[in-house]
Each structure stands twice: as C-alpha cells, then as structure tokens.
Design a protein around this ligand. Structure first.
Ligand code: AP5
Length: 217
C-alpha cells in the first residue's frame, strides 16, 4: 500500500515500483476518473465529490476496490494499492476480507510544498505519464496535449489536504506493524531508492526464498 497527502508523489513512485517489481498498480483516483470520463452511474456520483476535493462515499469506492483486488491479474502478480484506504471505515472493509499489505509506505511532504506540486502537475493522456512544469518538465513534443486535473487548483488542494489530515492517523493505526515512512521532499530518484529498500526488506520478511537468496554467498 502507498499513502501520502495529495501530490505527495504516490503516482510518480507507483509507476517506478510496478516497473521494477511487476505488481499491479491499483489507483483508486485513476479508476474513479475513468468512471467519471465514461459517465457510469458510479462516475456520476463520484464527480461532484472529486471536483470539490472531498472523499467519494464508501458505497461507491469499497466494492470497486474489493472487486479489483479479486481479479486474476492481481491474484497472480500481487497488488500496489494507491489511494485506499483513506478512512477507518475503508480500512475496516478490507480487514474484514483479511486483505492486508506486506508493507505500508507513507510518503511525507509538508503542505506548503504540496500546493506547488499540485499547481505545476500536468498529465499526458496519451502515455499516462505525470509531469511537473518545474520538477519534471515534459518533453517538447508532449506539451500541446498535456492536461491539468480539474481538482488541481490551490483551493481544492486545501480541501483535499484537510480531508487527508483528518483521516490519516486512523488509517495508519491499522498498519503500524508494516509502516515505513519516506521523506518525500527528496528527489524523485531518492524517494524511489527509499521505497525500493523498504520493499526489498518486506520481501525478505514475507518470502523465505528471497531471504535465502539475500543471505546466500
Ligand atoms: P487521487 O487521484 O488519489 O489524488 P490524491 O491522493 O490527491 O493524490 P494525487 O494523485 O493528487 O497525487 P500523488 O501523490 O499521486 O502525486 P503525483 O505523483 O502525481 O484522488 C483524487 C480524488 O479521488 C480524491 O480527492 C477523492 O475525491 C477521490 N478518491 C480517491 N481515492 C478515494 C478513496 N479511497 N475514497 C474516496 N474517494 C477517493 O505527484 C504530484 C506532482 O509532484 C507531479 O507533478 C510530480 O511530477 C511532482 N513530484 C512527484 N514527486 C516529486 C518529487 N520527489 N520532487 C518534486 N516533484 C515531485
């Protein structure tokens, strides 16, 4: 699982993590944005909550995540859950199904930096890549097609931050035993190195074969 405030860098790190470890990235924000784009019943409910920076109700989100976690690709490759759970009730819902992470990565970035990251973020709809006008500039040939998320304004970011701060301690409470905090103010590469070190440690703890290989001469 990967957690952190809005624009802490979760999506950026997830792209790197799935490339290295072959997990299936389940981004609840991305799934919801697809539902909104496709005008599904779930998307119609989600739209107003997302546009205002608030959490989409559990009735929409919980079943969606439970279903995705039970699909074949996820069962075969393992999962990287991004943006879930965001509240105690969401954590309880998957605890009931005995769904627990081997590792809970928490990316920490101070609020002042997050507002700047939100306003400079641009997405490439063709490749799915995330850029930042200052910290991760897009290539020239992609610039004309880049998009900005409708919730990426300073006002909405403040609401999202507020929601995050109200809920994060309750969520952490479920995963204290597997939590690793990462300093998200470092460069993207250094944040990734810290994430990868934590994942490698978790693999050794949960997979005896990994432990054997690591200790082998
Ligand atoms: P979601 O899409 O999950 O948004 P979020 O949690 O607010 O996180 P973001 O996607 O904004 O940021 P990120 O941490 O992925 O940062 P990124 O890597 O892009 O959710 C959106 C909405 O959906 C919610 O508000 C809610 O309404 C709804 N929702 C989602 N899950 C829900 C749930 N479980 N229940 C109910 N509702 C739910 O990076 C940000 C920028 O910073 C980029 O430009 C990037 O290039 C740059 N950057 C990244 N890392 C660095 C670095 N180390 N240094 C400098 N710049 C960096």
């Amino acid at each position: 699982m990967i957690a952190g405030a809005p624009a802490a860098g979760k999506g950026t790190q997830c792209a790197k993590i799935v490339e290295k470890y072959g997990l299936v990235h389940i981004s609840v924000g991305d799934i919801l944005r697809d539902e909104v784009k496709n005008g599904t019943p779930a998307g119609k409910i989600a739209k107003n909550f997302m546009d205002s920076g608030n959490l989409v109700p559990d009735e929409v989100v919980v079943e969606m995540v439970r279903e995705r976690l039970n699909q074949d690709d996820v069962r075969a490759k393992g999962w990287l859950l991004d943006g879930y759970p965001r509240s105690a009730s969401q954590a309880e819902a998957i605890e009931k199904e005995s769904i627990r992470p081997d590792l809970f990565l928490l990316i920490n970035v101070p609020d002042e930096l997050l507002v700047e990251r939100v306003s400079g973020r641009r997405l490439d709809p063709q490749t799915g890549k995330i850029y930042h006008l200052k910290y991760n500039p897009p290539p020239a040939d992609a610039v004309s097609r880049l998009q900005q998320r409708s919730d990426d304004t300073e006002d909405k970011c403040r609401v999202r931050l507020d929601t995050y701060h109200k809920n994060v301690d309750a969520v952490i409470g479920f995963y204290k035993d597997v939590k690793v905090e990462i300093d998200g103010t470092q460069s993207m590469e250094d944040v990734f190195d810290a994430c990868a070190a934590a994942i490698d440690d978790a693999l050794v703890k949960t997979d005896p074969l990994e432990a054997f290989c690591k200790d082998a001469p």
